[in-house]
Design a protein around this ligand. Structure first.
Ligand code: K1U
Ligand code: ZN
Length: 172
């Protein structure tokens, strides 16, 4: 298993629309292991493949609270199939936008469908952090970032900050 480098804002890869996973192969299983290891190391509760530079519709998540009881999830081609009318505000972060957190409003509950690593189709309902996280991760597959839900002023500020940081890194 390998910890992969994270793609960081303003990298344009984060705006790509990822391609479906066609079949569960050894390469996909290896990528799932690497993504889980990268997510736990960060640490984070979710990770989309594009955040490690792979434009495939693949997500890892673990929203379990106890550190000694991991509950890793690997979602291939996940889709939201239903959202509740009720909304919920959660302070979100993103491993591709380090140390920046803002409140985002999203549907409180969702139903989502995905293929697991056994090639089975799974449909499940989520609330709480799992509901927020799965929506955040599916957004990544479509090139959408949580800062897109903020005001233009906030989004411009964060973009400027990360563009400057990337420029400094280049000249260092
Ligand atoms: O996709 C990502 O960038 C991962 C992101 C997922 C997420 C977090 C919060 C709300 C929505 C989506 C993160 O994991 S950011 C880090 C984080 O939230 C966290 C880190 C350690 C422990 C608990 C949470
Ligand atoms: Zn993110």
């Amino acid at each position: 298993m390998t910890i992969k480098p994270l793609v960081i804002l303003p990298d344009s890869q984060l705006r790509l629309v990822s391609k479906p996973v066609e079949a569960v192969t050894d390469e996909i299983r290896r990528l799932a292991d690497d993504m889980l290891e990268t997510m736990y190391d960060a640490p984070g509760v979710g990770l989309a493949a594009i955040q490690v530079g792979i434009p495939l519709r693949m997500v890892t998540m673990d929203v379990s609270k106890a550190e000694d009881e991991r509950a890793p999830m690997v979602l291939l081609n996940p889709e939201v199939t239903w959202t509740s009318e009720e909304k919920r505000v959660y302070e979100e972060g993103c491993l591709s936008i380090p140390e920046y957190y803002e409140e985002v409003e999203r549907p409180d509950r969702v139903r989502f469908r995905y293929m697991n690593l056994k090639g089975e189709t799974v449909e499940q309902e989520a609330d709480g952090l799992l509901a927020t996280c799965v929506q955040h991760e599916i957004d990544h597959l479509n090139g959408v970032l949580f800062i897109d839900y903020l005001s233009k002023l906030k989004r411009d500020r964060v973009m400027t900050k990360f563009k400057k940081a990337a420029k400094r890194e280049k000249t260092a």
